[in-house]
Write a protein that binds this ligand. Structure first.
Ligand code: FAD
Length: 279
C-alpha cells in the first residue's frame, strides 16, 4: 500500500470524522457488512474528508460490529485502505475559511465493495490500528505548526524592524517586541517537545502525552504568532496584500483538527495528572 503512495502514484484521503459522531470516534455509524462470498459492503458518510476531490484511495474507518453488541466501545471497528470508487461515493466540497490548496468534503458512501485484502489488521481491531497512526499525525502537524509559526513571526519581526512611526522603528517599542519575543520562546519550546515526541515514536516507545503536548504547544504558539503578526502590521495586517490575515485564518485550524485543544487538555489531565476521564 505504501510504496505507490510515496511514489506519488496513489492519492489517498482519510475518512474518520462523521457528522453525528464528532470527536467521539467509537460512535461512528459507517458500517462494513461482511458478504457471505467474501469481502465487505460499506455504507455511511464522512465529513471533512480532505483531498477527496482528487483521491483515488481512502483510508476508511468503519464499524464491523454495532456498538451495542460490543463489550467495549472501542471494539468492533475495522480500518480499510481501498479504492475510492466514485460510482459508489458521492463527494461534496465544503466552503470554508482557509486551506484553499486542500479541498474539504462531505462524502456519502453507498454500497462500496471492499475486498478482504484491503482490511488493515484484524477485523474488529480497527481502533488500535487507528491509534497507532494518530500519534505520528500529531507529531507531523506539530512540526508543521512550528514551521508556520516561525515563518509568520519572521514576517512580523521584519515589518517591526522596518516600519517607522513616531520617528523610530515600531520594533523599538517594547509593546511590539515583547509579544513577539514571547512567541519565539513558545515556538522554541514547542519544537523541542516535537523532537522529544518524534524521538520516542522512532524508538517505538509510548509517546501519546508528548505528541499531544507538542501538538498543543506548537498549534497555540502558531496561532499567537499569526495574531501578533496581524497586530504588528496594524491596519495593513487587515489587508490581503500582506498575507498575515490569511495566515491568521489558517492558524485557527490548530485548535480544531486533527484533534481539538479541549480534547488534548482532557487527555493530559487524565494521563499526566491522574484525573478522571472526561470524554
Ligand atoms: C480543515 C479540516 C480538515 C479536516 N480533515 C479531516 C480528514 O481528512 N479526515 C477526517 O476524518 N477528519 C478531518 N477533519 C475533522 C477534524 O478532525 C474534526 O473536525 C475534529 O476532530 C473535531 O471534530 P468535530 O468537528 O466533529 O467537533 P465536535 O466533536 O463536534 O466538537 C465540537 C467542540 O466541542 C468540544 N468537545 C466535544 N466533546 C468534548 C468533551 N468531552 N470535552 C470538552 N470539549 C469537547 C470540541 O473540543 C470542539 O471544540 C478535518 C477538519 C477540518 C476543519
Amino acid at each position: 500500500m505504501l510504496p505507490p503512495l510515496i511514489r506519488g502514484e496513489h492519492r489517498s484521503c482519510f475518512g474518520v470524522t462523521e457528522p453525528d459522531a464528532g470527536l467521539d470516534t467509537t460512535h461512528i455509524s459507517t458500517f462494513a457488512r461482511r458478504r457471505e462470498d467474501g469481502g465487505y459492503v460499506v455504507n455511511g458518510r464522512k465529513v471533512w474528508t480532505s483531498t477527496a476531490q482528487r483521491a483515488d484511495h481512502i483510508l476508511l474507518v468503519t464499524r464491523t460490529t454495532p456498538i451495542e453488541d460490543c463489550e467495549r466501545p472501542t471494539d468492533g471497528m475495522s480500518v480499510f485502505y481501498t479504492d475510492f470508487d466514485r460510482s459508489k461515493i458521492d463527494v461534496h466540497e465544503i466552503a470554508n475559511m482557509g486551506r484553499k490548496a486542500v479541498d474539504s468534503n462531505a462524502i456519502f458512501i453507498d454500497g462500496l465493495e471492499v475486498p478482504e485484502e484491503d482490511r488493515i489488521g484484524a477485523e474488529g481491531e480497527g481502533f488500535k490500528v487507528l491509534l497507532h497512526g494518530l500519534n505520528a499525525e500529531r507529531i507531523i502537524v506539530a512540526a508543521a505548526a512550528v514551521g508556520f509559526g516561525m515563518y509568520v513571526l519572521e514576517k512580523a519581526a521584519a515589518y517591526a524592524r522596518e516600519r517607522v512611526v513616531f520617528g523610530r522603528p515600531i520594533g523599538q517599542n517594547q509593546a511590539i517586541q515583547h509579544p513577539l519575543a514571547s512567541v519565539w520562546m513558545r515556538l522554541q519550546a514547542a519544537e523541542l517537545m516535537t523532537y522529544k515526541a518524534a524521538t520516542l515514536y522512532d524508538q517505538g516507545k509510548p509517546c501519546g502525552l508528548e505528541a499531544n503536548t507538542a501538538r498543543n504547544l506548537a498549534g497555540s504558539a502558531a496561532y499567537e504568532a499569526a495574531f501578533r503578526a496581524v497586530r504588528t502590521h496594524g491596519g495593513f495586517g487587515f489587508a490581503q496584500e500582506y498575507h498575515v490575515e490569511r495566515y491568521f485564518r489558517e492558524s485557527v485550524l490548530n485548535f480544531i483538527a486533527p484533534v481539538s485543544e479541549e480534547l488534548i487538555l482532557s487527555y493530559v489531565a487524565e494521563k499526566a495528572l491522574g484525573m478522571p476521564k472526561s470524554y
